[in-house]
Design a protein around this ligand. Structure first.
Ligand code: FES
Length: 148
């Protein structure tokens, strides 16, 4: 057995648990560094490139450092049809960054994501672990200010 971030992966079980292990490692380190991915790959007996492929496939995982608050804007169809583009533009204007970027003060990162399970409240965003829905440009600006 090998250890990753204080966790032990049983041989043969690691692959099934890879996503959970990646989420745990990210929650401890804030992101998945090259070192973390390499160690994790060793612990689950997978190649580094395979683990990296999984880490970069899921929009909730990040291989680069993120800001203190991570704003994930849903880009899936129901939100798109409710004009999520307007919400994205409002956030970009308020924070001065584009999706995939972090503010220079490290307070906010902006990411696009797939459905966050709040389609009935579209357009919706996830800020850290908080879902905010039925957004308007005015509402999202007020919400962002509450995180500053
Ligand atoms: S499509 Fe946006 S929350 Fe589901």
């Amino acid at each position: 057995m090998s250890k990753i971030q204080g966790r032990t992966a049983a041989p043969g079980k690691g692959k099934e648990n890879l996503l959970r292990l990646l989420e745990e490692a990210q929650s401890k380190s804030g992101y998945l560094s090259e070192e973390v991915i390499t160690e994790l790959a060793r612990s689950v007996a997978m190649s580094v490139s395979d683990v990296y492929g999984v880490a970069t496939f899921y929009s909730f995982l990040s291989t680069k450092p993120l800001g203190r608050n991570v704003v994930r804007i849903c880009r899936s169809l129901p939100c798109h049809l409710k004009d999520s583009g307007m919400i994205i533009k409002s956030i970009e204007d308020e924070l001065g960054i584009k999706p995939g970027e972090t503010t220079p003060d490290g307070k906010f990162s902006l990411e696009l994501t797939n459905c966050i399970g709040a389609c009935d409240e579209a357009p919706a965003v996830l800020i850290n672990n908080d879902v905010h829905g039925n957004l308007t440009p005015k509402k999202i600006i007020a919400i962002l200010k509450s995180y500053k």
